[in-house]
Ligand binder design. Structure first.
Ligand code: ASP
Length: 625
């Protein structure tokens, strides 16, 4: 069919905004044909734009020409409709559509573009094949759900920007072509044409630059910053992702918390949800003891200490290490599981942590009836709750430090708790339909509407938690040495400084994480602002003077020119949006994401490049090994 020009036509309204009160108004709408229904003399087009859908009526008697075009129009054609808003007949009202009380009696239809038959229709609600969605991302993004996610992302980002600007932060961009930043992942490297054999690294974070901005006297910096990390992809991880990155001078932990709480409250409000602040705090050791995780999900019961349920003989018979934690957790309402069902769960348990578990209560009750009932009592388990005991396994003694400081956990203990914590969160995901603990969150997210002027109460649905007092170093099982638990610019607690070299395990880091509903939303720290301390930390990490100079020389120099005490944090914007969109996967809130195999299916990246380009970059590609 021949296509029409836009000509001087101007759009007057968005499709989704028309209501009964607009009846009688002359409008011009433009958009995509969502659905088309041919009733002979009447053709109905559901016209869609980003605001919603309006029904266009093409009446053969009124506009024979428009009706004739309507016969050839197909889904996803781009059209302009001129006409009058009118009330629908009573029996034609569609209460499910926001515009369901009206329709447009068209006086003119222009077909602005045709469209090939789409591999799927944006009008369908659930489209299963994710590969097809990603390959035809431009069509996928037309779907109402995706439009909603990106509008939300925009509103959240805007709220954060405004909040931080209001709190005196300056948005400053830092380079993307730069030098390696140590955030614990692999770098992406970019070969330099002008400097043969040399490479830029894409930033894993703006860490060093933001600290330099403090040295430069900017006092409060922020950036909605793209970061790049070459690591394996997960549901909440992409090769490139966006951080709300900030740094402030003369700051204490509490100053950073107050800033973050303010912008998080603003971000939630932008999604129609009231987030209570200030957020509670928990030490790392406490989080590990209570949840076996430094990003605990507080919507389900935590771990309970079960040492009191077992006699020494019972532990010996059960081959449980009496010196290590014995804990249990319950997943509510799972009901009784068959042996086969339990066995299917076994691969989920992380067997590398020197721990084992007991999930067969019938068997336990046969040999140790008292212990079995005591465990359920201590865990406050109801009849239908699934209870699992996790304890140290002497048969799988792992290489870990036993070093213990008063009131603190040893590495080996942490491993047992972590095994329990991982198992707990994986089973919680698996049995979400049974315990229903996540439903409140899903419901609030689905129903919250920032335009309603009312904020939904998030107290039962979102549980922000500051985790503080992390250890400065962790024991590296494979290497048998102490490695930094954070990036090397994190300051130790002033009180622990004296032990840096003699007792690394005892040193606490002045750093903090923000966790929410089982996700780590961000982490930050008070930084080292003195060159002598920075050098000491490098030394304790086994980074020699020469290496430190080669990697961070510019930064060590900068530290000597009047560095204020400073600290900051970075929060994952994509994760915040994921939470507020109720999205199970980061790909739902990133416009053009990569697959689990790190491929951009739409653009077809990565790809090989031509010889000429490689020559210019002084690169020769080795044969695949
Ligand atoms: N640069 C750190 C990160 O990306 C955050 C921070 O310490 O501010 O995790």
């Amino acid at each position: 069919m021949s296509l029409d020009f836009l000509g001087s036509l101007e759009r007057t309204n968005l499709c989704g905004e028309l209501r009964a009160e607009h009846a009688g108004r002359h409008v011009t709408l433009m958009g995509w044909v969502n659905r088309r229904r041919d009733h002979g003399n009447l053709i109905f087009l559901d016209l869609r734009d980003r605001s919603g859908i309006a029904q266009i009526v093409l009446d053969k008697e009124l506009i024979p020409d428009g009706h004739a075009k309507g016969e050839h129009v197909r889904p996803e054609y781009v059209v302009a409709a001129v006409g009058k808003v009118r009330l629908r007949d009573k029996d034609a009202i569609n209460p499910k559509m926001p515009t369901g009380e009206i329709e447009i009696e068209a006086t003119e239809l222009r077909v602005l573009n045709d469209a090939r038959l789409s591999p799927f229709s944006p009008a369908e609600e659930a489209i299963q094949n994710e590969e097809t969605r990603l390959k035809y991302r431009y069509i996928d993004l037309r779907r109402a759900e995706m439009q909603r996610n990106f509008r939300l992302r925009h509103e959240i980002t805007r709220a954060i920007r405004e909040s931080l600007s209001g709190q005196g932060f300056l948005e400053i961009e830092t380079p993307v072509l730069t030098k390696s930043t140590p955030e614990g992942a692999r770098d992406f490297l970019v070969p330099s044409r002008m400097h043969p054999g040399e490479f830029y690294a894409l930033p894993q974070s703006p860490q060093i630059f933001k600290q330099i901005l403090m040295i430069s006297g900017f006092d409060r910096y922020f950036q909605i910053a793209r970061c790049f990390r070459d690591e394996d992809q997960r549901a909440d991880r992409q090769l490139e992702f966006t951080q709300v990155d900030l740094e402030m001078s003369f700051a204490k932990q509490e100053s950073v918390f107050a800033v973050v709480e303010q912008f998080m409250v603003a971000a939630f409000a932008a999604s129609g949800i009231a987030l209570p602040a200030p957020f509670p705090k928990m030490t790392y050791d406490e989080a590990i003891r209570q949840f076996g995780s430094d990003k605990p999900d507080l919507r389900l019961p935590g771990l309970t200490n079960m040492r009191a349920a077992f006699s020494d003989e019972a532990l010996a018979t059960l081959q449980i290490d009496p010196a290590l934690p014995v804990v249990a957790f319950r997943i509510p309402n799972v009901g009784e599981l068959s042996r086969k069902e339990r066995e299917e769960n076994h691969p989920i348990f992380d067997a590398t942590k020197g721990a084992k578990f007991i999930d067969d209560f019938k068997r336990l009750a046969k040999s140790f009836p008292e212990a079995a009932s005591k465990v359920r009592e201590l865990a406050r388990a109801a009849e239908a709750d699934f209870v699992i005991i996790v304890a140290g396994d002497p048969a799988h003694h792992i290489k870990a430090s036993d070093t213990k400081f008063p009131g603190r956990l040893s590495e080996r203990e942490i491993n047992v708790y972590a095994a329990a914590g991982n198992f707990r969160s994986e089973l919680a995901k698996k049995y979400a339909d049974k315990h229903k603990a996540f439903e409140t969150t899903e419901k609030i997210v689905a129903e919250a509407d920032p335009r309603s002027g009312k904020l939904a109460d998030a107290a039962a649905a979102f549980h922000p938690l500051w985790i503080v007092d992390f250890p400065m170093f962790e024991y590296h099982l494979a290497g048998g040495n102490w490695v930094p638990a954070h990036h090397p610019f994190t300051a130790p607690h002033e009180a622990d400084m004296a032990n840096l070299v003699s007792d690394p395990a005892s040193v606490r880091a002045n750093c903090y994480d923000l966790a929410m509903n089982g996700l780590e939303l961000g982490s930050g720290s008070i930084r080292i602002h003195r060159k002598d301390v920075q050098q000491q930390i490098f030394a304790s990490l086994g980074i020699g003077d020469q290496e430190a100079r080669a990697r961070f020389g510019f930064f060590l120099d900068a530290l000597e020119y009047g560095t204020p005490p400073h600290g900051g944090i970075a929060l994952g914007l994509d994760r915040i949006v994921m939470l507020l969109a109720g999205a199970p996967n980061m790909r739902e809130v990133v416009a053009f994401p990569k697959t689990a195999k790190a491929i951009d299916l739409m653009a077809d990246a990565p790809t090989t490049v031509g010889d000429q380009q490689l020559r210019e970059l002084h690169i020769r590609v080795a044969a695949k090994s």
